[in-house]
Design a protein around this ligand. Structure first.
Ligand code: FRU
Length: 486
């Protein structure tokens, strides 16, 4: 009965998303076990069913053949054994011919509330059944490291399996602990990953290790970074090193700084997988730990980002929305105009959910941009401040407040006179892709349901706008009777 009430309450929430993966009720956090197996994408996420709080974690399972329409496969992993008594924490997957192996952290607290973390294994069979080993693969962290020991990423390299676990030294420094195995059952500790960087936070969560375009990447969510210029403004951050990973030697040589993955407000714990066509696809959690969101009172919390295709350009990570999302497009409304110290409402376009493609070209103004989710009281503003050389996302008046102590404006230095912006606006979020994925601003927004208007504006001078607005539909998904589009 309690679950039925929760489910009705969540379904009635005005913040339900139209085209993002969200929990039917309860709390979602990290994406887990993302992989391609048996002709479809499998994606799991951290889920606590009894409300919008971080309680006993399960893995929830969804599948898709096109990264747009997701099928609800139900709960995949439930805590059963003593070593996982306090939750099935995050991890990754590895596909073999007939199984999708699921590596996860088993979380246990003893009677003194001391944490005991181990790394464990389950697998999904082709008939959809899931089995689990009764004992962990790795029962505790090695000497010299704390029980903040979680989120295994496993890969196969030259007939050997490697596991990279997020960790923390006894001196409270974040690190990766590397294990190797030739049979997936017996794991040998190889030592901490050798990486030529100074201390980066006190704990490294959710490592991912992969290669794109001949470069190796080490993606992490380090806890405890201080803000640096416009970077690392949120309470927690995710980023990547690009460099050379000598897997057998357990060394990662970085070529450049730790790049923050997102310039927006709400993004954490991303995971990637290789698609059947060799695209590297990323999905992240579109919220942050230790943060209260307005929908929590409706008995559900959080969602995942849209899938992004990764590539590398000049040693920078490029993230583009996957092309399949174009299936959601319905009517298009186009406008080409020059505005001079004025604003223009796009009256014929729908407010939400929409995709907007916008090219701005400065012809002498101070700043120009787009206001969306607009009403008398509310607006979210995305602008290019040509005078100061900044791209700005401002959610000061976006609706219900979120984490205002960490500020309501995010900026990215930007000196060009023209910019191409792609916005995906859902009921309670926006994802902005800058210049085909050179930067992304990902953010939750909780506007009033009536705040739906769109405006273009140029201040103190002229700016040219070339815009297309597509309303995004749910018909495709309904046809296949797959949910998430309600
Ligand atoms: C990241 C994280 C992971 C952990 C999981 C528990 O958000 O803290 O490190 O495995 O969440 O839900």
């Amino acid at each position: 009965m309690e679950l039925e009430n929760l489910s009705h309450k969540a379904a009635a929430s005005v913040w339900r998303q139209a085209f993002h993966i969200q929990p039917k009720y309860g709390l979602l956090n990290d994406p887990n076990g993302f992989g391609w197996f048996d002709g479809k994408y499998h994606l799991f996420y951290q889920w606590f069913l009894l409300g919008a709080v971080h309680g006993l974690k399960h893995w929830y399972h969804v599948t898709s053949i096109d990264l747009v329409n997701w099928k609800d496969e139900g709960v995949a992993l439930t805590p059963e054994y003593d070593h996982e008594s306090h939750g099935i924490f995050s991890g990754s997957s590895l596909a073999s011919k007939d199984k999708l192996y699921l590596f996860y952290t088993a979380n246990k607290r003893d009677s003194d509330w001391v944490r005991h973390s181990s790394q464990a294994l389950a697998w999904l069979n082709k008939d959809g059944s899931i089995e689990k080993l009764e004992k962990p693969l790795i029962s505790k962290p090695p000497e010299g490291y704390t029980d903040n020991f979680r989120d295994p990423k496993v890969l196969k390299h030259e007939r050997m399996y490697y596991m990279f676990v997020g960790g923390q030294t006894d001196e409270q420094t974040g690190c990766i602990l590397t294990y190797q195995s030739n049979d997936l059952s017996n794991w040998l500790f190889k030592g901490p990953l050798g990486i030529n960087v100074e201390r980066l936070g006190f704990m490294w969560e959710c490592p991912d290790v992969f290669s794109i375009d001949g470069k190796d990447l080490l993606m992490l969510s380090p806890q405890g970074l201080s803000s640096k210029g416009h970077q690392f403004q949120n309470v927690y951050h995710s980023g990547t090193f690009i460099g050379e990973h000598q897997i057998a030697e357990n060394i990662f040589r970085t070529a450049g700084e730790f790049q923050e993955l997102d310039c927006g407000f709400d993004f954490y714990a991303p995971q990637t997988t290789l698609g059947p066509d060799n695209r590297r696809i990323l999905i992240g959690w579109m919220d942050l730990p230790d943060t209260i969101y307005p929908a929590d009172v409706d008995g559900w919390a959080n969602c995942l980002t849209i899938p992004r295709e990764l590539s590398i350009k000049q040693n920078r990570l490029i993230q583009k929305p996957v092309a399949e999302l174009m299936k959601l497009r319905q009517e298009a409304y186009k406008i080409e105009i020059e505005l001079v110290s004025e604003q223009l409402e796009i009256a014929n376009a729908n407010g939400r959910p929409v995709e907007i493609h916008l090219i701005l070209t400065n012809v002498g103004c101070e700043q120009a941009g787009i206001k969306f989710n607009v009403s008398e009281q509310e607006e979210t503003v995305l602008l290019l401040n040509f005078a100061e050389g900044h791209l700005v996302l401002d959610r000061t008046l976006a609706g219900q407040p979120i984490a205002e102590d960490d500020g309501t404006i995010r900026r990215k230095p930007y000196m060009e006179t023209t910019v191409e912006l792609t916005l995906f606006i859902d009921t309670s979020s926006v994802e902005v892709f800058v210049n085909q994925g050179e930067a992304v601003f990902t953010s939750r927004l909780f506007p009033n349901p009536d705040s739906q208007r769109l405006k273009l504006f140029a201040e103190d001078g002229g700016c040219k706008f070339d815009a297309t607005v597509w309303s995004l539909g749910s018909e495709f998904s309904k046809e296949l009777s797959l949910n998430f589009f309600q």
